[in-house]
Write a protein that binds this ligand. Structure first.
Ligand SMILES: Nc1ccn([C@@H]2O[C@H](COP(=O)(O)OP(=O)(O)OP(=O)(O)O)[C@@H](O)[C@H]2O)c(=O)n1
Ligand SMILES: C[C@](O)(CO)[C@H](O)COP(=O)(O)O
Length: 220
């Protein structure tokens, strides 16, 4: 199986509030995006494309190995992945889409995603159980329902797809649509998505506290 990795790194990181795009923020002295690319490679995905902000190409080129291809991202994560996917060569038969914001994803997670694809799954996501009670609320903050927790999962990346399945999903998705992950893109096209175990260490850096936790994780 020839798998190609896409790293979505074109976000600004408003919730982190750093002085640079989130993917360039340093974790133990290395940009988050460099950690994420290395994670994919350690898990067996050698060829990687990175979606970057249009005005930051030079900074990303300086932060990454020379054989990583850069693609100009878009205004949303969905648009950035769409742009990178268009640059994936047709000879690839699988695509793993990963967040630059998940820098410490263990290789085992990537290996589980690849194994499920190799076994024939069209789409695979790593997940973790939900530990808090989860509710839905209305616009005024009143609880409207409490989904049964045992059926809920937290979804991580990398998410793996047969390339033709992901291409077909994005082809069917209306221009400008903004979904929170790629599994939602292929599910909207009718594709079933299987789950594999994720890992707490693949946590997403979203707010400053997450970066502090990641720093502690590296020190350990
Ligand atoms: N236009 C965008 C927006 C997001 N991303 C990427 O998608 C991943 C997950 O998004 P998130 O963590 O929400 O990053 P930001 O959008 O940068 O964060 P914020 O919403 O706080 O601005 C990140 O690696 C981010 O770089 C992207 O490639 N292109
Ligand atoms: C793709 C993702 O990491 C799966 O959990 C998540 O949906 C990204 O969300 P964000 O709001 O763009 O960070």
């Amino acid at each position: 199986m020839h798998a190609v990795g896409i790293v979505a790194a074109a976000g600004s990181g408003l919730r982190l509030g750093a002085d640079r795009p989130k993917a360039l923020v340093l974790l133990a002295g290395r940009p988050l995006v460099a950690w994420a690319v290395e994670s994919l490679r350690a898990g067996g995905v050698a060829e990687v494309l990175v979606a970057v902000p249009a005005d930051e190409r030079a900074a990303f080129a300086g932060a990454l190995p020379a054989d990583v291809r850069l693609v100009t991202g878009g205004a949303s994560r969905t648009a950035s992945v769409r742009a990178a996917l268009a640059a994936v060569e047709p000879r690839a038969d699988a695509v793993l889409v990963h967040d630059a914001a998940r820098p410490l994803t263990p290789p085992d997670v990537i290996a589980r995603v690849l194994a499920a694809l190799a076994a024939g799954a069209p789409a695979v996501v790593p997940v973790l159980p939900v530990v808090d009670t989860t509710v839905t609320v209305d616009a005024d903050g009143w609880i409207t329902s409490a989904p049964e927790r045992a059926t809920l999962r937290r979804v991580q990346t990398p998410q793996g797809f047969a390339r033709d399945v992901l291409v077909a999903g994005y082809d069917r998705l209306p221009a400008g649509a903004d979904l929170t992950d790629d599994a939602a893109v292929v599910r909207a096209a009718g594709t079933s998505v299987v789950t594999v175990p994720g890992d707490e260490r693949a946590a997403k850096v979203t707010v400053a506290h997450d970066l502090a936790l990641a720093e502690a994780q590296v020190r350990r």
